[in-house]
Design a protein around this ligand. Structure first.
Ligand SMILES: C[S@@+](CC[C@H](N)C(=O)[O-])C[C@H]1O[C@@H](n2cnc3c(N)ncnc32)[C@H](O)[C@@H]1O
Length: 369
């Protein structure tokens, strides 16, 4: 269980340089740090895109249209007899494509923390396929329980799925008035309403600012806490939307004023950045030589964690200048980046506007231990 659910945004996660697996103690630091974040570490040039968030959508869909389907599966360079992991099953778009490319002896193990995703996976009747109801940060332990210590490829398609956004009762969207839940895993953890009921104004402002890049974060936090102090618990998306609308005086044309606040709360409630930072080193440990990692991010906060992790593992030469060491003794790269980042084509974006902020990064494991 990841600690710090109700803490403020973790400053180590917001400062990409610090999200390095090189220090084993970093993960402990990520887990334990609950203190107020250093707001000076805020991502200045980030380009948080709200498209994968419920809030920016003006249309609804009942199913999930898989993003970068061909590109992501191709990036895995599937070996027919290999073992693959889909860390974010969703509605199984990528999983099905991976299975198509696997031979009779191949295996695919999928993960999802959402029970409705697990339920939908029952449609896949294939002995090569299994699914685990778990957050992907539990991947290494779950695979170890299955006797698997190495895999040939791992895919993460981050964020939430269209069914999660479009099902009112999940509380991800301000388009519906519903209980303010926002948990991907409704079987455990605290809801967004629980968080709003117990947090402080300062922590709330930091969550909204850091994860939503909302310039009216302080005003929104103040308005929410004032409502709570007046004895009105904030328990519905409708209530929250109204409070935010009253606190935000300027917002992007065509965008609901609550867009950024909803995104921030969702990221916080689901510890999305912590999950990713904890999972990257596990991917490294799990990948066999030439194994591939493919990650689709939907906003710059997650993409930055992936980019920095790959970069740190690819350029392991951060010794001080003139450090007396022979070239042959320098730490060798454990990962190499594969190609440039891949984005959806104009055709894909036209067909599926929710794909428009997607970025796919691919890396390959070297044989360095
Ligand atoms: C964008 S969807 C994936 C869609 C999928 N690739 C498809 O083609 O249908 C993301 C899925 O990952 C799940 N998810 C997100 N973060 C997770 C985490 N940390 N652990 C496990 N599942 C997660 C969500 O519940 C959601 O079902």
């Amino acid at each position: 269980m990841i600690k710090g659910v109700n803490g403020a945004p973790n400053k180590a996660l917001l400062s990409a340089k610090k999200v390095s697996p090189k220090s084993a103690s970093l993960i402990d630091a990520l887990m334990l740090e609950k203190s107020t974040p250093d707001v000076s570490n805020l991502i200045s040039n980030s380009n948080t895109n709200l498209v994968n968030d419920s809030s920016s959508e003006s249309f609804t869909t009942n199913s999930h249209v898989t993003v970068l389907l061909d590109e992501a599966v191709q990036a895995l360079a599937i070996k027919p007899d290999g073992i693959y992991v889909d860390g974010t099953f969703g509605r199984g778009g990528h999983s099905k494509k991976i299975l198509e490319q696997l031979g009779a002896n191949g295996r695919l193990i999928a993960f999802d923390r959402d029970l409705s995703a697990i339920e939908s996976s029952k449609a896949i009747a294939d002995a090569r396929f299994s699914i685990v109801h778990s957050h992907f940060a539990g991947m290494q332990a779950e695979l170890a329980d299955m006797g698997i210590s190495k895999v040939d490829g791992i895919l993460l398609d981050l964020g939430i799925s269209s069914p999660q956004i479009d099902e009112a009762s999940r509380g991800f969207s301000f388009r519906y008035d519903a209980p303010l839940d926002m948990r991907m895993d409704q079987s455990s953890g605290k809801t967004a309403a629980d968080f709003l009921a117990s947090t402080t104004e300062q922590v709330l402002a930091e969550v909204i600012k850091n994860y939503g890049e909302e310039r009216f974060a302080k005003q929104i936090a103040r308005a929410i806490i004032a409502e709570r102090n007046d004895g009105r618990a904030i328990t519905t998306t409708g209530q929250l939307t109204k409070i935010v609308a009253g606190a935000v005086t300027r917002f992007e044309p065509g965008q609901n004023p609550a867009t950024r606040t909803f995104q921030a709360l969702r990221i916080h409630v689901n510890q999305e950045l912590e999950e990713l930072a904890l999972t990257m080193p596990q991917c490294l440990a799990l990948l066999a030589p030439q194994g591939r990692l493919a990650v689709i991010s939907f906003h710059s906060l997650e993409d930055r964690i992936v980019k920095q992790f790959v970069r740190d593992q690819a350029n392991r030469d951060d010794l001080p200048a003139n450090f007396p060491v022979r070239a042959a003794e320098l730490p060798q790269p454990k990962l190499t980046g594969v190609g440039k980042t891949i984005k959806p084509s104009a055709k894909e974006v036209k067909h599926n506007p929710r794909s428009r902020s997607a970025v796919l990064r691919v890396a390959e494991r070297t044989s360095v231990i």
